[in-house]
Design a protein around this ligand. Structure first.
Ligand code: ATP
Ligand code: BTN
Length: 239
C-alpha cells in the first residue's frame, strides 16, 4: 500500500494536525512541517521547532491492541528511529527511556505518542517525532537541557526511510508487541549500566539503569535488587 504524506509549510503542531482529522485518515497517514508554532513535548512542555532546520513528522495509526499498548509502542518506535538515524548518518545514536534519542549524551530527538478517540478496544494513535538536524541558537527558555544535531543530511531520504520502517515496525508491533523489539533495546540504551536518578514529582530515586522489561518498564538496580518503574510522570537523568 502507498504511504500518504501531507507536506505543510507552517502548522501549530503536526500531532495536532492529525488529531483534528482522525476520522478522515487511514492507518499510516503522515505529515511533515517546516515550522511548528506550537510544537509540544510530554506533559505540556514545548518543543522548539524553528523553520526548516529540523524534522517534524507525525504518523497516524489505528492500534488494534487498544490504548494500554501505547507505552511499549513508543519504545519500539524509539528503537526503529535510532536504527534509521544510524544507517543514514553513521553516528552512534542512542535511546533514552521512555521517549528520547540521544547523540553524544545530549538530546537529539523526542517522540510524543498521543492517543485519542478510543472506541471499544481500538485506539487511535498519533506518533510524533522531532529530530534536530541543523538547529542553531535555540530559545533557552524552551530548550533547557543539553541537545545535539544530527547534521546536514538529506531530509527527503530521511522521511522516506522513516515512513517505511515505521510502518513495518507498527505492523510487527500489532502482532508481536514489544517482545519483538526488546532485544534491540540494550545495545542502543544510552544509560545501560550507568548510575542514574529518576525524578518522580518531588522524589528522586537513584540506582543503576538496567534496560527495560516486556511491559516497557524501566529497570533500576538499587542495592543489588532490580525494581521496575513505569508511568508517564517519571524523568530519567544521569546521576
Ligand atoms: P523527560 O521526558 O524524561 O522528562 P525531557 O526533559 O526531555 O525528558 P520532554 O517532555 O520529553 O522532557 O521533552 C521536552 C523538553 O525537551 C523541553 O522541556 C526542553 O527542555 C527540551 N526540548 C525542547 N525542544 C527541543 C529541541 N528542539 N531539541 C532538544 N530538546 C528540546
Ligand atoms: C518530547 O521529547 O517530549 C517529545 C517531543 C516531540 C516533538 C514532535 S515534533 C513533531 C510532533 N508534533 C508535536 O507537536 N510534537 C511532536
Amino acid at each position: 500500500k502507498p504511504i500518504n504524506l501531507d507536506v505543510i509549510p507552517v502548522i501549530d503542531s503536526t500531532n495536532q494536525y492529525l488529531l483534528e482529522r482522525l476520522n478522515t485518515l487511514s492507518t499510516g497517514f503522515a505529515c511533515v512541517a517546516e515550522y511548528q508554532q506550537a510544537g509540544r513535548g510530554r506533559r505540556g512542555r514545548q518543543w522548539f521547532s524553528p523553520f526548516a532546520s529540523n524534522l517534524y513528522l507525525s504518523m497516524y495509526w489505528r492500534l488494534e491492541q487498544g490504548p494500554a499498548a501505547a507505552m511499549g509502542l513508543s519504545l519500539a518506535i524509539g528503537i526503529v528511529i535510532a536504527q534509521v538515524l544510524r544507517e543514514i548518518s553513521g553516528q552512534d545514536i542512542k535511546v533514552k527511556w521512555p521517549n528520547d534519542l540521544y547523540l553524544n549524551d545530549k538530546k537529539l530527538a523526542g517522540i510524543l505518542v498521543e492517543i485519542a478517540g478510543k472506541t471499544g478496544d481500538v485506539a487511535h494513535i498519533v506518533i510524533g517525532m522531532g529530530i534536530n538536524l541543523r538547529m542553531h541558537n535555540p530559545n533557552q527558555d524552551i530548550v533547557n537541557q543539553a541537545w545535539s544535531n544530527l547534521g546536514d543530511i538529506d531530509r527527503n531520504l530521511l522521511v522516506a526511510k522513516l515512513l517505511y520502517r515505521l510502518r513495518d515496525a507498527l505492523y510487527c508491533f500489532e502482532t508481536e508487541g514489544l517482545s519483538a523489539f526488546i532485544k534491540q533495546w540494550q545495545p542502543l540504551d544510552n544509560f545501560a549500566d550507568r548510575p542514574v536518578k529518576l525524578i518522580i514529582g518531588e522524589t528522586e530515586i537513584k540506582g543503576i539503569a538496567k534496560g527495560i522489561n516486556e511491559q516497557g518498564a524501566l529497570l533500576l538496580e538499587q542495592n543489588g535488587i532490580l525494581k521496575a518503574y513505569i508511568g508517564g510522570e517519571i524523568s530519567l537523568r544521569a546521576d
